[in-house]
Design a protein. Sequence first.
Length: 296
Amino acid sequence: MTDGPTRQRAAHEERSGARRDRERPPAPEPLPHPVVDNHCHLDIADGDWLPLAEAIAAARAVNVGRIVQIGCDLPGARWAVEAAAGHDELVAGVGLHPNEAPRLAAAGELDAALAEVERLALTHDKVRAVGETGLDHFRTGEDGRAAQEESFRRHIDLAKRLEKTLVIHDRDAHDDVLRVIDSEGPPERWVMHCFSGDAELARQCLDRGAHLSFAGTVTFKNAQPLRNALVVTPADRLLVETDAPYLTPVPFRGRPNASYLVPHTVRAMAEVRGDDLAELCAAIDAATETAFGGAW
């Protein structure tokens, strides 16, 4: 298969100069126990920077042996299914990013797109997740929020009907995400992707049965509320991710991210929590299997 298309978000950041430094960071020391990168966009990274097979091999070399590839629009969802079917290390999530929903709704295409997501979710048993879906009040204004919420509710229904894990994107929309979850009722398994709240939000999500996934943002200097949330999260509900090619951890913030850089985030998490590194890795690995319906 070919490497996937460059998405609109990546193109915007390239034009804006946000990605000027594209030197590939060196590989960190391998982790003492395998972990899973539970949220990655391998199709968005430019193929000439880190092709798919090389990205998987580089991650495996540092003990990040499995990856959840997330498709967040229809081309990305199709690519995720194809990639997961062709690589033992991958499983897939399929969905419509909350910033994709208003565009589709305005074009009269949201119903058809959601039907295609459902079809893709049934295509292969390696499709473990529905999403990423959710709410984004940062990039979408008031005029697009009704479409976001409609899409979110229908993804929740789909995850419950198909018994898939729900992967939630929440940006500047904490209260409304919880309101919709409470209204619809959560599926058996759901993940707050790139958790961005404080300790109180963490407790509210955990009380509702969520797994919380922490990204490279936990290493950022201004992220103390996020580190407070990390401390109160039980190890059996704790996941790690890259959201690659975004959110690269310190000391390489600003360069494109990749799954092989997960050890930087995990080591920072262990330090913040005061955990033994090997024990934390084992807990994250087990929690990820629980969150995504078992081993692969």
